[in-house]
Design a protein around this ligand. Structure first.
Ligand code: BES
Ligand code: MN
Ligand code: ZN
Length: 499
């Protein structure tokens, strides 16, 4: 991973160079170290604020070039809004805003991690550092020519001036691991499907071995032996053989039941014989966003040595039309023994997850399973790109995910499950069918998954709207967002780590 931004920590009193970033509230008040660093330029800020109608509102910024009386070549003042009204997630945004001010070429920046009432705490400081790195991420691996103004990659050296340098360094070792996990997930989603197919995806997941993650790869033969007919049916039309990868991080008590995360890894979804329309079909390279999140999450947890036992499992297939492809009308037998009538070969994600969920429930007996999948277009219609859809058979787990979503800014919104929906997927020929018609399409997809969790506490996150193509934000300028890594890292940290 080569980062465009190098982040370091220095004491709050340090001299500043390059671009200086400071924070003020709605009264344009700054902290004591900031006031000192600004010196006579404090008055300049007040004049510039008045001229630019900057009122210190949260998320607003003032950008002053060549500020008189300062060594800094540029002064950026970021508003924090009303005193005391800040959430953890706002600091991530501040870091993103600061990084957004950097242009191509090399630059030095100092950020005064201070609020009007004194130094930011370590958690807030580290959130700024994470925000910087998340914003600076760019997937340009396949660009051989740079646009005008983009000559010379961004190489920024950012110093965060903080109250407690040692504490910030220590905390960023962990928080930085989570950022690395997000970046891994984004890279996987952004990669083209001719490069990232099931075997290559499995190989990349295998790189987690370096961090002490145990990796098991099931090839087609192994999956046949297990009876994973639902997953294998999806992949049978592809020249690229399917894989399932099971990752294990044992950072908790020996013998304690793990928590488990399961990802849909459809490396490309043409729809199969029920082929999709051509418009935007290229986006279906991102149909492995759930699996990408699970790999990124396992990286984060292992790299920060999370004190928890965690299983990550991903089903990797390519859904192609072919002489050997699965047909509508086919009936497949899943690993659970339940039979499935294929109505639409484009409802393939649930078939993949059916076998992986069953495998994880039976073989690892987890405390809970959370699956992530770019499962339905219907969830994008229902919730847009700002919340993932959440379905769960367990109120405690759902509540914890909801809270972790608010804290991390990766939000979820719960939708219902119930027997009335469940019967919509009963089939006249098999135990169930793989689609339930147009009504409640995200719900019937979730009902289908629930038939394979074997009573295990479970939540399903439909991330079709959040994993890719969502509008750019202060902390994400990339098509693949890496959604879910920070959410689930937070869930584990808040509830499932040994203290
Ligand atoms: N991968 C798609 C869902 C999707 C759509 C993800 C748009 C991201 C953006 C999934 O496999 C699919 O094709 N679902 C169908 C289900 C239908 C055939 C019941 C859908 O949503 O139309
Ligand atoms: Mn599909
Ligand atoms: Zn799909």
């Amino acid at each position: 991973m080569s980062d465009a931004i190098k982040v370091g920590f220095v004491p709050l009193a340090s001299a500043t160079r390059g671009i200086l970033v400071v924070f003020c509230d709605e009264a344009l008040k700054v902290g004591p170290a900031t006031a000192k660093a600004l010196g006579g330029a404090g008055e300049l800020v007040k004049r510039a604020a008045a001229a630019g109608s900057f009122k210190g509102k949260s998320g607003a910024a003032l950008d002053i070039l060549a500020p008189e009386g300062l060594k800094a070549e540029r002064l950026i003042v970021i508003g924090t809004g009303k005193a005391g009204g800040l959430k953890g997630n706002d600091f991530l945004k501040f870091g993103g805003m600061a990084a957004g001010k950097l242009k191509a070429g090399s630059a030095a920046m100092t950020i005064m991690a201070e609020l009007p009432d004194g130094a930011m705490n370590t958690e807030q400081t580290v959130a700024i550092a994470s925000g910087l790195r998340l914003r600076a991420y760019k997937f340009d691996r396949y660009k051989t020519k740079k646009k005008e103004g983009e000559e010379g990659a961004l190489r920024a050296d950012v110093s965060l001036a903080v109250g407690d340098v040692a504490a910030a360094k220590k905390a960023f070792a962990s928080a930085g691991a989570v950022v690395d996990g997000v970046i891994i997930a984004r890279d996987l989603v952004n990669e083209p499907p001719n490069v990232l197919f099931p075997e290559e995806f499995a190989r990349r997941a295998g790189q987690l071995r370096k961090l002490g993650v145990r990796i098991e790869v099931l090839d087609v033969k192994a999956m046949q032996k297990l009876g994973m007919g639902a997953l294998l049916g999806v992949g049978q039309g592809s020249a690229r053989p399917s894989r399932t990868v099971i990752m294990r991080w044992d950072g908790g008590k020996k013998g304690e039941a793990p928590v488990a995360f399961v990802g849909k890894g459809v490396c490309f979804d043409t729809g199969g014989i029920s082929i999709k329309a051509a418009g935007s079909m290229e986006d279906m390279k991102g149909d492995m966003g759930g699996a990408a999140c699970v790999v990124g999450l396992m990286h984060a947890l292992a790299a920060r040595k999370a004190k928890a036992n965690v299983v990550g499992a991903i089903g990797l297939v390519e859904n192609m039309p072919d002489g050997n492809a699965q047909r509508p009308g086919d009936i497949v037998t899943s690993m659970s023994g339940q039979t499935i009538e294929i109505i639409n070969t484009d409802a393939e994600g649930r078939l993949v997850l059916a076998d992986v969920l069953w495998y994880v429930a039976k073989k690892t007996k987890p405390k809970f399973m959370v699956d992530l999948a770019t499962l339905t277009g219907a969830i994008v219609v229902a919730l847009g790109t700002d919340h993932a859809g959440m379905f769960s058979n367990n109120d405690e787990l759902a509540g914890r995910l909801l809270a972790a979503g608010i804290e991390s800014g990766e939000k979820v919104w719960r939708l219902p499950l119930g027997p009335e929906y469940d019967k919509l997927i009963d089939s006249q020929f098999a135990d169930m069918k793989n689609t339930g018609g147009r009504h409640g399409g995200s719900i019937t997809a979730a009902q289908f998954l629930q038939r394979f969790v074997d009573g295990t506490p479970w939540a399903h996150l439909d991330i079709a709207g959040t994993a890719m193509g969502a509008p750019k934000t202060d902390i994400n300028q990339s098509w693949g967002s890496g959604y879910g890594v920070r959410l689930l890292d937070r869930l584990v940290a808040d509830h499932y780590e040994r203290k």
